[in-house]
Design a protein around this ligand. Structure first.
Ligand SMILES: [Zn+2]
Length: 322
């Protein structure tokens, strides 16, 4: 595919796939068009790491000859946006984790989880739209083979259904003020972390390398991740909806014992390996040796290249912090 075709496809990827994702407690969806919602708070997590209005993310640059991956500058107001909620709901729904934030409680966890789910759900729907458009479909069928292509689409649709289910459970938890179906592990860090991320992933192993991969016809369940500051706290949070999947994601949360929960290398590895929606403080990246920068880029590239398989575990193989 040439570069202009790729750019057209990416531009299409960023277009809304649905109306505002807000659903009222009586089940009525909002009909307003979505704006660019922030999956990380513009005034919180992103601002904390921004310098001169910019943050860095690891991105590919396509040239006719090759793809170059590197840390690239992005305006902090553009970073991590997706067309998820209308103007009214983007500000009202998430007020308690933005300007009206008071204290970290179960509601905070639910709102940060909802934001991760919403972004992931948008990404999944946009992927399905992109993969099933005529030209792309032909290309994918040719490169993957018809059966693998059908499998790819089926898997993406199954993941989309699961995320929709997770979203409705978290929506209900927020309207009922009953957070019993959301489990989480949170760590409060003494110092600010020089990176921030939010996203979702399906763990295949616990941190003790016990396999927790469900079979293809079972629900997988997801872990939702947030790393960044909220109010005056520097927080890393993983959460899951316990009624989806076979409870395997809870095993992953259980496996993150105290030894990992405050380890900055663990969170950096997790952010790079599992969460593509990760951003870095420019001066912190600049301070790193060339080899450390290359190792971070390489880990990100391997994990995020289209045909790359997920590594079997969140290995803490990058030791960037002493
Ligand atoms: Zn709305």
């Amino acid at each position: 595919m040439d570069f202009s075709a790729f750019q057209k496809r990416i531009a299409k990827f960023k277009k809304p796939v649905c109306r505002c994702m807000y659903v009222s407690p009586d089940g009525v969806g909002c009909k307003n068009p979505p704006i660019k919602s922030h999956s990380l708070q513009k005034s919180g997590a992103l601002k904390q790491i921004a310098e001169s209005g910019h943050v860095l993310s690891i991105q590919p640059n396509f040239t006719p000859q090759k793809v170059d991956w590197d840390f690239r500058k992005i305006g902090h107001s553009q970073a991590s946006t997706f067309p998820g909620y209308c103007k009214k709901h983007d500000s009202e729904l998430f007020a308690d984790v933005e300007d009206s934030y008071k204290t970290f409680d179960d509601r905070t966890v639910a709102l940060l989880t909802l934001r991760s789910i919403s972004r992931e759900y948008f990404t999944k729907l946009a992927q399905i739209r992109m993969w099933t458009e005529d030209a792309a479909q032909a290309g994918f069928k040719k490169s993957l083979g018809e059966n693998s292509y059908e499998q790819l689409i089926d898997n993406a649709k199954a993941a989309g259904r699961e995320l929709a289910k997770a979203k409705s459970i978290v929506d209900k938890a927020l309207s009922d003020n009953d957070f019993s179906k959301i489990r989480h592990v949170v760590a409060f860090h003494k110092e600010p972390l020089p990176f921030t991320f939010t996203g979702a992933f399906n763990p295949e192993y616990t941190m003790q390398e016990e396999p927790i991969l469900p079979s293809a016809d079972e629900e997988w369940g997801s872990i939702f991740a947030f790393c960044g500051n909220i109010g005056d706290s520097f927080v890393t949070l993983l959460s899951t909806v316990t009624t989806i999947g076979q409870g395997e994601c809870s095993k992953f949360l259980d496996s993150i014992s105290g030894e990992y929960s405050k380890d900055r290398n663990f969170w950096l590895n997790l952010g790079i390996e599992y969460v593509e929606n990760s951003f870095f403080r420019p001066s912190w990246v600049a301070e790193q040796s060339e080899i450390k920068k290359l190792l971070m880029i390489e880990k990100f590239r391997v994990e995020n290249s289209l045909n790359g398989q997920r590594a079997p575990n969140c290995l803490i193989d990058l030791e960037i912090f002493d």
